[in-house]
Design a binder for this molecule. Structure first.
Ligand SMILES: Cc1ncc(COP(=O)(O)O)c(C=O)c1O
Length: 359
């Protein structure tokens, strides 16, 4: 028998979440964000399933080329832009659009003879202070792009720092800055990530850029995917591989950091930080055994975790475990590990086999 751990990816849930995006923002085109191996869900299967999206956004050219190599031909956008001339030429050749977020990238575009036209997303920094040109440079950049015959279209974009705050103060400030900056400049606009799509409709504009909501997780700290009308795409499953009887006061796991409050059964589940389960998950973090909630106890080790089976007297070796997904929102597990669902998805390791359903 092989190790019971696997990540089940429900591609119908992915399609349902894309439909949800369209219901929430019916007038916008959807640039589906599938960087970082589609947030850990598998770049190519996710891209194939999102055939109804209007474009696919990745971080870098390697990710775009992996898509083109797999025969995926919808528009692709490089969110970090091109790093050198060779990348720019290849991006244009492959019909891949690029972000321009700094002077170096614009100069490179001006100095490179492109044989294929390219669409540029001009990124304006409205307060995130990560990538993007200063607002007062936007007009000059826009004019320089317009002067380049190889540049087919310039999309005006910005990225929000605090869209997951339902209070619109910061988002409103950034959106106001964007609107002021681009007043009178032609071209499509793009502002919204998942949180803005759900909470700040005035940011929808021509293109939206949903990421996390496509995978069924909430972008907000105060809700889970189901509350937002989303369905978990990934369910991380394993099983009990051992059960032991422990006495009151006995310590469980590395460092003896957790002690049994009474005589009790401890279950051992085949998953650990070597698979991407967060090592810092605290005792009390929920796990489903046979569909029932139990709590993590003791430290997470490389290949195993231990759980409190006091509420499940009939639990037996071989019983199924869900670490997150259907029946157990990933947001709750993320909270137990002081992180966010994005990170849990992305750090699953290659050791976890992916099983695709409803292709
Ligand atoms: C520029 C940009 N747009 C959109 C997204 C999607 O964000 P989210 O996953 O919160 O929807 C990201 C993700 O980090 C991003 O960097």
């Amino acid at each position: 028998m092989s190790r019971p751990l696997r990540a089940e990816i429900d591609l119908e849930a992915l399609r349902a979440n894309l439909r949800r995006v369209r219901v929430v923002a019916p007038r916008s085109r959807v640039m589906a964000v599938i960087k970082a191996n589609a947030y850990g869900h598998g770049l190519v299967p996710v891209a194939r399933t999102l055939a109804d999206a209007d474009g696919l956004a990745v971080a870098c050219l390697d990710e775009a080329l992996a898509l083109r190599d797999a025969g995926i031909d919808p528009p692709i956008l490089l969110l970090e832009g091109c790093l050198d001339q060779a990348e720019l030429i290849e991006a244009a050749r492959q019909g891949v659009s690029t972000v321009v977020h700094c002077e170096a990238q614009l100069s490179m575009l001006e100095q490179t003879r492109l044989t294929h036209p390219i669409t540029v997303w001009l990124k304006i920094n409205t307060g995130m202070n990560r990538l993007g040109i200063a607002p007062d440079l936007a007009r000059v950049f826009h004019a320089r792009l317009a002067a380049l015959s190889a540049v087919r279209t310039t999309v005006l974009m910005t990225h929000l720092s605090s869209a997951d705050d339902r209070d619109a103060t910061v988002t409103g400030r950034q959106t106001g800055c964007f609107d002021e900056t681009i007043a009178g400049l032609g071209g499509p606009q793009s502002i919204a990530n998942s949180a803005a799509i759900l909470a700040h409709p005035d940011t929808h504009r021509d293109w939206i850029r949903p990421g996390i909501m496509l995978y069924g997780s909430s972008p907000f700290p105060d809700s889970v995917g189901g509350d937002e009308g989303l369905t978990a795409v990934m369910t991380l499953r394993s099983a009990l591989i051992a059960i032991r009887d422990c006495r009151a006061g006995e310590a469980v796991g590395y460092g003896g950091a957790w002690r049994c409050p009474e005589d009790m059964r401890i279950g051992v589940v085949a998953i650990g930080y070597g698979d991407g389960y967060p090592r810092h998950a605290r005792p009390g973090t929920p796990v489903l055994i046979n569909g029932h909630r139990v709590q993590l106890v003791g430290r997470v080790s490389m290949d195993m975790i231990t759980v409190d089976l006091r509420s499940l007297p009939d639990a037996a070796v071989g019983d199924g475990a869900v670490l997150w997904g259907r029946g157990l929102p990933i947001e709750e597990v993320a909270e137990g590990a002081d992180t966010i669902s994005y990170e849990l998805f992305c750090r699953l390791t290659r050791r976890v086999p992916m099983r695709y359903r409803n292709a």
